[in-house]
Design a protein around this ligand. Structure first.
Ligand SMILES: Nc1ncnc2c1ncn2[C@@H]1O[C@H](COP(=O)(O)OP(=O)(O)OP(=O)(O)O)[C@@H](O)[C@H]1O
Length: 250
Protein backbone atom coordinates (compact mmCIF):
# COMPACT_ATOMS: atom_id res chain seq x y z
CA UNK A 1 0.00 0.00 0.00
CA UNK A 2 2.94 2.30 0.78
CA UNK A 3 6.33 1.92 -0.84
CA UNK A 4 9.07 4.45 -0.25
CA UNK A 5 12.62 4.30 -1.60
CA UNK A 6 15.35 6.87 -1.10
CA UNK A 7 12.98 9.64 -0.07
CA UNK A 8 14.77 12.87 0.68
CA UNK A 9 12.91 16.02 1.71
CA UNK A 10 14.74 19.34 1.90
CA UNK A 11 13.67 22.78 3.09
CA UNK A 12 15.94 25.61 1.96
CA UNK A 13 18.70 23.13 1.11
CA UNK A 14 18.56 21.43 4.54
CA UNK A 15 17.63 17.73 4.54
CA UNK A 16 14.82 17.31 7.08
CA UNK A 17 13.86 13.74 6.18
CA UNK A 18 15.98 11.03 4.59
CA UNK A 19 14.18 7.68 4.41
CA UNK A 20 15.94 4.95 2.39
CA UNK A 21 13.12 2.41 2.70
CA UNK A 22 9.62 2.31 4.14
CA UNK A 23 6.96 -0.24 3.23
CA UNK A 24 3.51 -0.71 4.71
CA UNK A 25 1.44 -3.62 3.44
CA UNK A 26 -2.25 -4.41 3.79
CA UNK A 27 -3.22 -5.07 7.43
CA UNK A 28 0.14 -3.91 8.68
CA UNK A 29 1.08 -1.16 11.14
CA UNK A 30 4.39 0.64 10.88
CA UNK A 31 5.37 3.36 13.35
CA UNK A 32 7.83 6.21 12.92
CA UNK A 33 9.21 7.32 16.26
CA UNK A 34 11.64 10.03 17.30
CA UNK A 35 11.83 13.29 19.19
CA UNK A 36 10.26 16.57 18.07
CA UNK A 37 11.79 17.91 14.86
CA UNK A 38 13.25 14.57 13.76
CA UNK A 39 11.29 14.61 10.48
CA UNK A 40 8.41 12.26 11.28
CA UNK A 41 5.53 14.51 10.20
CA UNK A 42 7.41 15.69 7.13
CA UNK A 43 7.81 12.05 6.04
CA UNK A 44 4.11 11.39 6.61
CA UNK A 45 2.96 14.51 4.76
CA UNK A 46 5.22 13.81 1.79
CA UNK A 47 3.32 10.55 1.23
CA UNK A 48 0.30 12.62 0.21
CA UNK A 49 2.27 15.25 -1.63
CA UNK A 50 1.48 17.72 1.16
CA UNK A 51 4.89 19.37 1.44
CA UNK A 52 4.48 22.04 -1.24
CA UNK A 53 7.48 24.18 -0.21
CA UNK A 54 9.88 21.27 -0.04
CA UNK A 55 12.37 19.92 -2.53
CA UNK A 56 11.68 16.19 -2.77
CA UNK A 57 13.48 13.34 -4.46
CA UNK A 58 13.11 9.57 -4.45
CA UNK A 59 10.29 7.16 -5.12
CA UNK A 60 6.96 7.21 -3.25
CA UNK A 61 4.10 4.93 -4.23
CA UNK A 62 0.83 5.03 -2.28
CA UNK A 63 -2.16 2.89 -3.32
CA UNK A 64 -0.61 2.48 -6.76
CA UNK A 65 -0.08 6.21 -7.28
CA UNK A 66 3.40 7.55 -7.90
CA UNK A 67 3.03 10.51 -5.55
CA UNK A 68 6.07 12.56 -6.54
CA UNK A 69 5.17 12.61 -10.24
CA UNK A 70 1.33 12.36 -10.09
CA UNK A 71 -0.92 15.10 -11.44
CA UNK A 72 -2.98 17.11 -8.90
CA UNK A 73 -6.05 15.26 -10.16
CA UNK A 74 -4.50 11.85 -9.53
CA UNK A 75 -3.41 12.96 -6.06
CA UNK A 76 -6.94 14.10 -5.21
CA UNK A 77 -8.14 10.58 -6.03
CA UNK A 78 -6.17 9.13 -3.13
CA UNK A 79 -6.23 12.00 -0.61
CA UNK A 80 -9.07 11.77 1.86
CA UNK A 81 -10.81 8.79 0.30
CA UNK A 82 -8.32 5.95 -0.20
CA UNK A 83 -5.72 7.43 2.14
CA UNK A 84 -6.98 9.18 5.25
CA UNK A 85 -5.02 11.48 7.48
CA UNK A 86 -5.81 11.38 11.20
CA UNK A 87 -4.26 14.23 13.15
CA UNK A 88 -3.67 15.01 16.80
CA UNK A 89 -6.75 17.17 17.53
CA UNK A 90 -9.43 16.58 14.91
CA UNK A 91 -11.96 18.70 16.80
CA UNK A 92 -10.18 21.85 15.63
CA UNK A 93 -10.80 20.82 12.02
CA UNK A 94 -14.53 20.20 12.50
CA UNK A 95 -16.80 23.06 11.62
CA UNK A 96 -18.35 24.09 14.99
CA UNK A 97 -21.88 24.85 13.76
CA UNK A 98 -22.30 21.67 11.72
CA UNK A 99 -23.66 18.43 13.12
CA UNK A 100 -21.26 15.49 12.70
CA UNK A 101 -23.74 13.61 10.50
CA UNK A 102 -24.05 16.55 8.11
CA UNK A 103 -20.31 16.87 8.00
CA UNK A 104 -19.82 13.20 7.20
CA UNK A 105 -22.59 13.25 4.58
CA UNK A 106 -20.85 16.19 2.84
CA UNK A 107 -17.54 14.35 2.82
CA UNK A 108 -19.20 11.28 1.28
CA UNK A 109 -20.84 13.41 -1.39
CA UNK A 110 -17.60 15.20 -2.20
CA UNK A 111 -15.90 11.87 -2.80
CA UNK A 112 -18.88 10.35 -4.61
CA UNK A 113 -19.51 7.67 -1.96
CA UNK A 114 -23.05 6.36 -1.51
CA UNK A 115 -24.44 8.38 -4.42
CA UNK A 116 -25.45 5.52 -6.69
CA UNK A 117 -27.65 2.49 -6.03
CA UNK A 118 -26.22 0.34 -3.26
CA UNK A 119 -25.87 0.91 0.44
CA UNK A 120 -27.60 4.23 1.28
CA UNK A 121 -25.30 6.92 2.74
CA UNK A 122 -27.09 6.86 6.12
CA UNK A 123 -26.28 3.18 6.44
CA UNK A 124 -22.63 3.67 5.39
CA UNK A 125 -22.36 6.41 8.03
CA UNK A 126 -24.03 4.36 10.75
CA UNK A 127 -21.85 1.31 10.08
CA UNK A 128 -18.68 3.43 10.07
CA UNK A 129 -19.57 5.03 13.39
CA UNK A 130 -20.31 1.62 14.92
CA UNK A 131 -17.02 0.24 13.56
CA UNK A 132 -15.20 2.69 15.85
CA UNK A 133 -17.48 1.73 18.76
CA UNK A 134 -19.52 4.94 18.80
CA UNK A 135 -23.29 5.13 19.00
CA UNK A 136 -25.11 6.23 15.84
CA UNK A 137 -26.69 8.98 17.91
CA UNK A 138 -23.36 10.85 17.82
CA UNK A 139 -24.14 11.87 14.23
CA UNK A 140 -26.77 14.27 15.58
CA UNK A 141 -24.28 16.06 17.82
CA UNK A 142 -22.16 19.16 17.24
CA UNK A 143 -18.36 18.96 17.54
CA UNK A 144 -18.33 20.71 20.94
CA UNK A 145 -20.70 18.07 22.30
CA UNK A 146 -18.18 15.24 22.02
CA UNK A 147 -15.01 14.40 23.92
CA UNK A 148 -11.47 14.34 22.48
CA UNK A 149 -11.48 10.53 22.29
CA UNK A 150 -14.87 10.52 20.55
CA UNK A 151 -13.62 13.15 18.09
CA UNK A 152 -10.62 11.02 17.28
CA UNK A 153 -12.81 7.96 16.74
CA UNK A 154 -15.15 10.06 14.60
CA UNK A 155 -12.18 11.09 12.43
CA UNK A 156 -11.37 7.39 12.00
CA UNK A 157 -15.05 6.63 11.24
CA UNK A 158 -14.95 9.26 8.51
CA UNK A 159 -11.99 7.44 6.97
CA UNK A 160 -13.89 4.13 7.14
CA UNK A 161 -17.03 5.64 5.58
CA UNK A 162 -14.98 6.97 2.69
CA UNK A 163 -13.53 3.50 2.17
CA UNK A 164 -9.97 4.29 3.23
CA UNK A 165 -7.40 1.57 2.63
CA UNK A 166 -4.58 3.41 4.36
CA UNK A 167 -4.62 5.54 7.50
CA UNK A 168 -1.78 7.96 8.15
CA UNK A 169 -1.99 8.93 11.81
CA UNK A 170 0.11 11.77 13.23
CA UNK A 171 0.24 11.56 17.02
CA UNK A 172 -3.40 10.36 17.08
CA UNK A 173 -3.56 9.88 20.82
CA UNK A 174 -1.20 12.45 22.30
CA UNK A 175 -3.97 14.93 23.11
CA UNK A 176 -5.91 12.24 25.00
CA UNK A 177 -5.66 10.87 28.51
CA UNK A 178 -4.39 7.35 29.04
CA UNK A 179 -7.65 5.37 29.21
CA UNK A 180 -9.04 7.16 26.17
CA UNK A 181 -5.76 6.55 24.32
CA UNK A 182 -6.25 2.83 24.87
CA UNK A 183 -9.75 3.01 23.33
CA UNK A 184 -8.48 4.73 20.19
CA UNK A 185 -5.58 2.29 19.85
CA UNK A 186 -7.99 -0.62 20.34
CA UNK A 187 -10.16 0.72 17.51
CA UNK A 188 -7.18 1.11 15.17
CA UNK A 189 -5.95 -2.36 15.99
CA UNK A 190 -9.34 -3.93 15.27
CA UNK A 191 -9.72 -2.08 11.98
CA UNK A 192 -6.44 -3.30 10.67
CA UNK A 193 -7.18 -6.87 11.71
CA UNK A 194 -10.78 -6.96 10.48
CA UNK A 195 -10.57 -4.71 7.43
CA UNK A 196 -6.94 -5.10 6.43
CA UNK A 197 -6.29 -1.37 6.79
CA UNK A 198 -2.66 -0.35 6.43
CA UNK A 199 -1.62 1.98 9.20
CA UNK A 200 1.33 4.34 9.32
CA UNK A 201 1.62 5.89 12.72
CA UNK A 202 3.81 8.80 13.78
CA UNK A 203 4.39 8.98 17.49
CA UNK A 204 6.88 9.93 20.14
CA UNK A 205 5.13 7.51 22.48
CA UNK A 206 7.01 4.21 22.51
CA UNK A 207 4.59 2.64 24.96
CA UNK A 208 1.78 3.17 22.45
CA UNK A 209 3.92 1.94 19.57
CA UNK A 210 4.77 -1.28 21.38
CA UNK A 211 1.06 -2.13 21.65
CA UNK A 212 0.21 -1.75 17.98
CA UNK A 213 3.14 -1.60 15.54
CA UNK A 214 4.59 -4.54 13.60
CA UNK A 215 7.62 -2.57 12.51
CA UNK A 216 9.31 0.61 13.70
CA UNK A 217 11.50 3.26 12.12
CA UNK A 218 13.46 5.43 14.52
CA UNK A 219 14.29 8.92 13.21
CA UNK A 220 16.78 11.45 14.53
CA UNK A 221 17.67 14.77 12.88
CA UNK A 222 15.97 13.68 9.65
CA UNK A 223 17.74 10.33 9.36
CA UNK A 224 16.48 6.80 10.02
CA UNK A 225 18.90 5.53 12.65
CA UNK A 226 17.27 2.16 13.19
CA UNK A 227 14.42 0.08 11.80
CA UNK A 228 13.04 -3.41 12.14
CA UNK A 229 10.35 -5.51 13.82
CA UNK A 230 8.83 -3.56 16.72
CA UNK A 231 9.40 -6.39 19.21
CA UNK A 232 13.11 -6.53 18.35
CA UNK A 233 13.75 -2.78 18.16
CA UNK A 234 11.99 -2.09 21.44
CA UNK A 235 13.45 -5.07 23.31
CA UNK A 236 17.01 -4.99 21.94
CA UNK A 237 17.65 -1.56 20.43
CA UNK A 238 20.92 -1.45 18.52
CA UNK A 239 21.26 2.34 18.28
CA UNK A 240 22.14 4.46 21.34
CA UNK A 241 19.44 6.98 20.39
CA UNK A 242 16.73 4.27 20.52
CA UNK A 243 18.05 3.22 23.92
CA UNK A 244 17.82 6.85 25.06
CA UNK A 245 14.19 7.05 23.89
CA UNK A 246 13.37 3.83 25.73
CA UNK A 247 15.11 4.97 28.90
CA UNK A 248 13.05 8.17 28.83
CA UNK A 249 9.86 6.12 29.19
CA UNK A 250 8.08 6.66 32.52
N1 LIG B 1 7.28 24.09 5.78
C1 LIG B 1 8.49 24.01 6.35
N2 LIG B 1 9.47 24.89 6.03
C2 LIG B 1 10.70 24.83 6.58
N3 LIG B 1 11.07 23.88 7.49
C3 LIG B 1 10.15 22.97 7.86
C4 LIG B 1 8.82 22.99 7.32
N4 LIG B 1 8.12 21.96 7.88
C5 LIG B 1 8.97 21.34 8.73
N5 LIG B 1 10.19 21.96 8.72
C6 LIG B 1 11.38 21.54 9.52
O1 LIG B 1 11.63 20.18 9.30
C7 LIG B 1 12.11 19.56 10.49
C8 LIG B 1 11.30 18.32 10.78
O2 LIG B 1 9.99 18.68 11.19
P1 LIG B 1 8.83 17.62 11.45
O3 LIG B 1 7.60 18.38 11.77
O4 LIG B 1 8.79 16.66 10.34
O5 LIG B 1 9.38 16.87 12.74
P2 LIG B 1 8.59 15.88 13.70
O6 LIG B 1 9.55 14.80 14.01
O7 LIG B 1 7.30 15.49 13.12
O8 LIG B 1 8.38 16.80 14.97
P3 LIG B 1 7.03 17.02 15.85
O9 LIG B 1 6.90 15.73 16.64
O10 LIG B 1 7.39 18.19 16.70
O11 LIG B 1 5.93 17.26 14.89
C9 LIG B 1 12.05 20.60 11.58
O12 LIG B 1 13.33 21.13 11.78
C10 LIG B 1 11.12 21.66 11.02
O13 LIG B 1 11.47 22.93 11.49
Amino acid sequence: MIEVRDLRVRYGGRVVADVPELDVREGECVAIVGESGSGKSTTLMSLLGLTPDAEISGHVRVCGVDVLTASPRRLREIRGARVALVMQSPQAALSPATRLGVLMRRALKLHGVGNSAGTPPEEIMGEAVEAVLLDREILRRYPHEISGGQAQRFAIALAIALGAEVILADEPTSALDVTVQAEVVGVLRRLREERGLALLLVSHDLALVSTIADRVLVMKDGAVVESGPAARVLAEPSHPYTRELLEALP
